[in-house]
Design a protein around this ligand. Structure first.
Ligand code: NAG
Length: 242
């Protein structure tokens, strides 16, 4: 009787909130995550195998969007030391990409942002010299100094589609991402420009992330964020057929 009562209780609890969360480990090759709504309850969390101890980082991802919020955030990594330890946003008024390293911000001008088109983005930072660089499609930014020259450390909370202003939460309406995200990879080193170019060209043999790997991803989806086949939602580009 006691077990029945507790399973009924769990069932009710589950149907109220918890079962909206879906945790999975999958290969998301040729798949996208769809963010269809301007809502702070739609997000995806990525779960790495280990806590962080990285002195350099590269984050690569592709997005496809129609700008719906002011400053959509693609990728947001918080640690106990810095709530904005590594994040990537687009600032629509100034038309710049913004990268945040250890909660210090730096902006990059003159890089493309097109509606309804796959955009490939890589961002690198190295604690050795404190320099950040961004790459969007075929264009490289200059290098800019940002953040204290210390490693990324501790258990990260990695969120796609929302901007964390707290360790694990604090989402704001102005930073909601809508559209498709794909091919999210996190590397514990700065990739070479040649490796980044291979990723940009979407060739099948680009380097997969050694910290977060889209082809072997542990993730949780919440709300209406969902996984779909890439060829069901957008047309193939010439490069991807190679
Ligand atoms: C995480 O661990 C799983 C299971 O051992 C492994 O298959 C996967 O490649 C690991 N992921 C990364 C990014 O190393």
């Amino acid at each position: 009787m006691k077990t029945l009562a507790s399973s009924v209780f769990f069932f009710v609890l589950c149907s109220l909130a918890l079962c909206q969360l879906k945790k999975d480990r999958k290969c998301l090759r040729e798949k996208v995550i769809t963010f269809p709504e301007l809502s702070t309850s739609n997000w995806v969390k990525l779960h790495p195998n280990e806590s962080m101890d990285l002195s350099a980082i590269t984050v690569c991802l592709r997005f496809y969007t129609e700008l719906m919020s002011a400053d959509p955030c693609f990728f947001s990594l918080a640690t106990p030391s810095y709530t904005k330890d590594f994040s990537l946003r687009w600032l629509s008024v100034s038309k710049k990409y913004e990268m945040t390293i250890h909660s210090s911000q730096v902006q990059f001008d003159g890089l493309a942002f097109n509606n309804n088109q796959w955009m490939s983005v890589c961002a690198t930072w190295d604690a050795k010299n404190g320099l950040a660089q961004m790459f969007v499609n075929e264009v490289a930014s200059i290098k800019k100094a940002v953040g204290p020259k210390v490693s990324f450390k501790g258990d990260p909370v990695i969120t796609l589609g929302q901007y964390q202003t707290e360790y694990d939460g604090g989402f704001q309406h102005t930073n909601i991402f809508t559209g498709f995200l794909a091919d999210v990879h996190v590397h514990g080193q700065t990739l070479t420009t040649r490796q980044i170019k291979t990723y940009m060209e979407a060739k099948s043999k680009y380097k997969l992330g050694d910290y977060i790997n889209w082809h072997n991803l542990m993730y949780t989806t919440a709300g209406s964020a969902q996984v779909e086949e890439k060829h069901h939602v957008t047309f193939y580009t010439k490069e991807e057929q190679q």
